[in-house]
Ligand binder design. Structure first.
Ligand code: GAR
Length: 189
């Protein structure tokens, strides 16, 4: 199987990144992680780049100079898919336009509910019965692109923000890889 090349953008811990890396090492997974990009030089997730021997770059892509360098890098490497995995910067409209239909994101809520930040707090505060995560295409509006898939969890009465976050993130690790498989099985069928 000829795998497509994927670039993962992170800002923090990188637990979704590592789940994607592990999937990408399965022989029938449609992509390899060719590059990791972080906007934070101290992002813990960069350790996974070192452990798994994957190239990484640190850019502030909202700076014109970095933006141009990154565009070159992504084109040179023939990147087919960009996965935002806990990337906490808003991408410029220009960047989204350049990679239209090729950027996906994982968000810790059942979109369209709770776009933006503090999704766990909102779900607990509103006494929601369920929550979850969404993998979606990125468009120019925050957390609003076409949904690829969602996974749900039940919120129990004794759940806290911390326990809910843990439950949802466990689902995220499966959801992201499943979404990538889904995208490429649609393309190939
Ligand atoms: C994940 O829970 C992801 O859904 C969330 O950040 C976390 C990153 O964790 N993303 C967003 O909130 C984006 N709006 P990780 O760095 O351990 O993968």
């Amino acid at each position: 199987m000829v795998k497509k090349k994927c670039c993962v953008f992170i800002s923090g811990k990188g637990t979704n990144l590592v789940a994607l890396i592990k999937s990408s090492r399965e022989y029938n997974f449609p992509v390899i992680i060719d590059l990791i990009v972080s906007n934070e030089k101290n992002a813990k997730g960069l350790n996974f780049a070192k452990i798994f021997n994957i190239d990484y770059r640190i850019y502030n892509i909202n700076k014109k100079k970095h933006f141009e360098i990154l565009l070159n890098e992504l084109n040179k490497r023939k990147i087919s898919l960009i996965c935002l995995a806990g990337y906490m910067k808003i991408l410029s409209k220009e960047f989204i336009e350049r990679f239209r239909g090729k950027i996906i994101n994982i968000h810790p809520s059942l979109l369209p509910k709770y776009k933006g930040l503090n999704t766990f707090t909102k779900a607990i505060k509103n006494k929601d019965k369920q929550a979850g995560c969404t993998v979606h295409y990125v468009n120019k509006k925050l957390d609003s692109g076409q949904i690829i898939l969602q996974k749900k969890v039940i919120i129990n009465r004794n759940d806290t923000e911390k326990s809910l976050k843990e439950k949802i993130q466990k689902k995220e690790y499966k959801a992201y890889s499943e979404a990538v498989r889904k995208i490429f099985s649609n393309i190939n069928s």
